[in-house]
Design a protein around this ligand. Structure first.
Ligand code: PAF
Length: 277
C-alpha cells in the first residue's frame, strides 16, 4: 500500500502505474471502522485501483468542540487499510487539499443542504461539497463509494456531481451495523455505557416504523417514532421524519418511496441513522 501526503505525488503515481484503470475512491475522515472497510471492499470489487483519503475536514464542522474531539488514530487506520487490501492512501494536510487556506465553494444544491443535517449544522454541507470537490480533483476517480448512513450526504454529493458535470459513478453502500443494530460511526466510541445502551433503540424504532408503512400515514408513523424515542431519557430528538428519498421533501403517502431519517443528541455526541423504504 502506498501512502501519499501530496496530491502531485499521488497523481504522478496513478499516472505511472494505473493509467487506463478505473479508480475507485473512498473519502474518509479516518477513525476507520468496519463500515469504511466495506466501502473499500466494494471499490476493490468494482475498480482496478482503490484510493482512500484520510482527512479531517475543518470546514464541515460547525462546532469547534466536535472538530477538536474528532479522533485521529492514523496508525491504526493505516493498518486497517493495509489489511483490507487498499492500494493507495492519500493523507494530506489542509494546505495540500485546499491549495492554501481552507475555502468554501458555492454550488446550488437545490435546497438539499438546508434541511435536516443542514438545518442542525449550518454550513456543514458547504464544507462537505468544498472538500469532496477538492478531493475528487486530486484523486480523479472514475467511481466513488459513500455509506448510506450519511443518507443526506449521498444526495448532496450526487447533486454536486451532476451540477459540476463530473463524469463519476456514485455508489451508495449499505450501512454497517453493530450486532444490536446500532449504525457504525466513529462517534460511537464517545458514548458512555448508559448512552450506548439507549443508542441501540434508534435502529429498533426505525425498523418498527418501517413495518408500519402502508398501515398508517407517514405523519402517524413519525408520531410513533417520537413517542418511542422520547422513552430514552438520554436522547434529545433533533428529527425523526419520513420524507421523499430523492429530494427530502415531506410526503403525504407511501406511493413514491420514502426514507426515514433520525438524528438524536446524546450528552456526549449526536447520532444519525436512516432506513430507505
Ligand atoms: O463522510 C465523511 O466522512 C466526510 O463527510 C467526507 C465525505 C470524507 C468529507 O470530509
Amino acid at each position: 500500500m502506498q501512502i501519499f501526503t501530496h496530491k502531485k505525488d499521488l497523481q504522478e503515481y496513478l499516472r505511472k502505474w494505473f493509467s487506463g484503470n478505473t479508480i475507485g475512491f473512498v473519502p474518509t475522515m479516518g477513525a476507520l471502522h468496519a463500515g469504511h472497510l466495506s466501502l473499500i471492499e466494494q471499490s476493490k470489487k468494482k475498480c482496478g485501483v482503490t484510493v482512500c483519503s484520510i482527512f479531517v475536514n475543518p470546514t464541515q464542522f460547525n462546532d469547534p468542540a466536535d472538530l477538536a474531539k474528532y479522533s485521529r488514530p492514523i496508525e491504526n487506520d493505516i493498518q486497517l487499510l493495509e489489511q483490507a487490501g487498499c492500494d493507495i492512501v492519500y493523507n494530506p494536510d489542509t494546505n495540500d487539499v485546499y491549495d492554501g487556506e481552507p475555502s468554501i465553494i458555492q454550488i446550488d444544491l437545490g435546497g438539499l443542504d438546508k434541511v435536516f443535517e443542514g438545518a442542525q449544522r449550518p454550513g456543514h454541507f458547504d464544507g462537505v461539497v468544498s472538500v469532496v470537490k477538492k478531493l475528487f480533483e486530486a484523486v480523479k476517480p472514475t467511481d466513488v463509494f459513500f455509506g448510506q448512513k450519511d443518507y443526506q450526504q449521498t444526495l448532496v454529493v450526487r447533486k454536486m456531481i451532476r451540477q459540476e458535470d463530473m463524469s463519476i459513478k456514485f455508489y451508495t453502500c449499505p450501512t454497517t451495523r453493530e450486532a444490536d443494530g446500532l449504525a457504525m460511526s466513529s462517534r460511537n466510541a464517545r458514548l458512555t455505557i448508559e448512552e450506548r445502551a439507549q443508542a441501540t433503540n434508534i435502529y429498533k424504532v426505525l425498523k418498527q416504523a418501517a413495518l408500519k408503512q402502508g398501515l398508517y400515514t407517514p405523519t402517524q408513523v413519525e408520531e410513533y417514532m417520537h413517542t418511542e424515542l422520547k422513552k430514552n431519557s438520554l436522547m434529545q430528538i433533533e428529527y425523526a421524519s419520513i420524507v421523499d428519498p430523492t429530494d427530502l421533501k415531506p410526503i403525504i403517502d407511501w406511493q413514491h418511496g420514502a426514507v426515514i431519517l433520525v438524528a438524536v443528541k446524546m450528552p456526549s455526541t449526536r447520532l444519525i441513522d436512516n432506513v430507505v423504504l
